[in-house]
Design a protein around this ligand. Structure first.
Ligand SMILES: Cc1ncc(COP(=O)(O)O)c(C=O)c1O
Length: 158
């Protein structure tokens, strides 16, 4: 897919430079069509019963496999979550961090990441502040972690 084709998948980009990719990110045409098809089915058939449940589970498996192929990751290493914030908190909870672990981050992160970071149990070190100190300072802080654990975990960003 070329950049032009990717942009064309999002009709709103014909009118705006759309900079929000989080909670209020733009919809692709194919996404809305799939949602409409699914909702029409829900409207006609209802949303319960064994076949409905089995289909939902199968759809999830197919989606995980498809995303996995796109980013070259096996489906068993992919989890579907309902938001970026949920993804950040799921990953951080799974790391089992302790006070001797250290996370290097900035104070300009979205709370969807900062909240789970501060609730993780690890020590948190801010390397860049909103006053616009250079990103190079963050790179230097990551390159010189204070604890071994922070070295492998500091690359996380929302
Ligand atoms: C950088 C960034 N991270 C995370 C989020 C939160 O996204 P979500 O609503 O999917 O949890 C947002 C929301 O706009 C965001 O801008």
């Amino acid at each position: 897919m070329t950049l032009e084709e990717a942009r064309a998948a999002f009709p709103v980009l014909e009118r705006f430079a759309y900079l929000n990719a989080g909670s209020a990110g733009p919809f692709a045409r194919a996404t809305v069509e799939a949602m409409r098809r699914h909702l029409d089915g829900d409207l006609e058939r209802g949303r319960s019963g064994r076949p409905y449940f089995d289909e939902m589970l199968e759809l999830r498996e197919r989606l995980r496999a498809r995303i996995g192929r796109l980013i070259d990751v096996s489906a068993e290493n992919l989890a579907l979550v309902d938001s970026t914030s949920r993804g950040c908190s799921t990953v951080l909870a799974g790391l089992g961090l302790r006070p001797e672990d250290e996370i290097v981050t900035t104070d300009v992160e979205h709370f969807g990441l900062l909240g789970p970071v501060h609730a993780s149990g690890a020590r948190v070190r801010g390397a860049v502040d909103a006053a616009g100190r250079p990103a190079a300072r963050l790179s230097a802080a990551i390159a010189a972690p204070r604890s071994p654990a922070s070295a492998s975990r500091s690359g996380m960003a929302s």
